[in-house]
Write a protein that binds this ligand. Structure first.
Ligand code: SF4
Ligand code: SF4
Ligand code: SF4
Length: 356
């Protein structure tokens, strides 16, 4: 019989190998969650066990939950692409691009499809914080990409255990979507994953080319190297391989993402999913003009929500132009190939004879 793995194996095989996506799935499904046994150390950007503690001998929920130990299998779905804009002026002016994510969530909340939405807000100086939004104001606080890791899946535990919600929307990067899929597939036999997986109703994945170390990008690069006061920044946006930093209407910096490549998290360099293949609906800004969102509907339930939001006037939509569709497909392919190449590179490096 195969020996049961536990957190030490997760550390050895994933975290210390630079593969951790910091999705937070292991923390949310830890058997000793109630004792806050496993948590995310944001200064080190990794999951850690509380000092001096040892896992129970028969456990290993965290290991089997991790999407970087083994990827979940992709289920049959489809891919309908739309150019979308929110019809709500307040949402449009507060959001990145067309405000599609916020408007879809607003529709889901207003129509009792979900009771709360797990989003990531800025807790000051662009430090990401997972929150459960239950109204439009909360959704607007969570609007826009933060580009540094938030361990979004820890919000599932908050939504269910702290807020007692039964029906929740999960918004996050593709790694969070695949981690949640793992919770559904593998986690059925574990008590937290089993409980949590029945409460997530809607999954919205955000296009992602990478997430960056907070200390390196925000403090080291933007603050120290570029002399930007992070407190002044009102919007960060990566589009067409360029990072744009804004304060109000003023652009403070525009720089190619090659320049910040060194600050990308190691776990992102092996990532193959650009759009969030495990979500009901994926949203991003590539493939559509400025001020519009690109939306990919992937499941029947995603279509139901999308069409509901359209019919009730929360959003306006039209099919994405062919050039936009081609661009999204090119970026999907490019990210997949880059992730596979990096894995190969790491494997080869391991095989190289050690120099004395
Ligand atoms: S899930 Fe089990 S093995 Fe993993 S950290 Fe929690 S107690 Fe330890
Ligand atoms: S990838 Fe997610 S589940 Fe795996 S170790 Fe990192 S935070 Fe935990
Ligand atoms: S690049 Fe991949 S691992 Fe990194 S944040 Fe995006 S989806 Fe997650």
């Amino acid at each position: 019989m195969e020996e049961k793995r536990d957190f030490r194996d997760l550390e050895r095989e994933v975290i210390e190998k630079g593969k951790c996506a910091l999705c937070g799935g292991c923390v949310a499904t830890c058997r000793l969650l109630d004792y806050e046994y496993l948590s995310v150390d944001f200064s080190e950007e990794r999951p850690v066990i509380r000092e001096g503690q040892q896992c129970p001998p028969d456990c290993g929920y965290c290991y089997y939950q991790c999407p970087r130990v083994e990827k979940p299998a992709l289920r049959e779905g489809f891919e309908e692409m739309y150019e979308v804009v929110s019809t709500d002026e307040e949402i449009r002016s507060a959001c990145q691009d067309g405000g599609a994510v916020t408007s879809l969530l607003a529709y889901a909340l207003d129509n009792a499809i979900v009771e709360g939405c797990i989003t990531v807000a800025d807790k000051g100086e662009w430090r990401p914080e997972v929150r459960v939004a239950m109204d439009k104001a909360g959704l607007i606080k969570g609007a826009g990409s933060k580009y540094t890791p938030a361990a979004t899946l820890t919000g599932i535990a908050d939504a269910i255990l702290k807020y007692d919600l039964w029906s929740v929307a999960l918004v996050g990067t593709p790694c969070g979507m695949s981690s949640y899929e793992k919770m559904l597939v593998v986690g059925r036999g574990t008590h937290n994953a089993h409980n949590f997986s029945s409460h997530i109703r809607l999954k919205i994945g955000l296009f992602c080319l990478g997430s960056y170390s907070y200390e390196k990008l925000m403090k080291g690069y933007l603050e120290q190297k570029q002399g930007i006061d992070i407190g002044d920044v009102t919007k960060l946006q990566i589009s067409e391989d360029v990072l744009h930093v804004y304060a109000g209407g003023k652009e403070l910096l525009s720089v190619g993402i090659d320049e910040i490549e060194d600050y990308k998290r190691d776990g992102c360099k092996v990532c193959e999913d650009f759009t969030g293949l495990f979500s009901d609906i994926s949203v991003g800004n590539n493939g559509t003009p400025e001020g519009k969102s690109s939306v990919i509907v992937r499941t029947d339930f995603g279509r139901e929500v999308f069409e509901g939001a359209l019919e009730r006037g929360y959003i306006e939509a039209k099919p994405i132009d062919k050039s936009g569709v081609d661009l999204i497909h090119r970026l999907m392919k490019k990210k997949k190939e880059a992730g596979i190449a990096e894995k190969e590179r790491r494997k080869k490096k391991l095989m190289e004879p050690q120099k004395k």
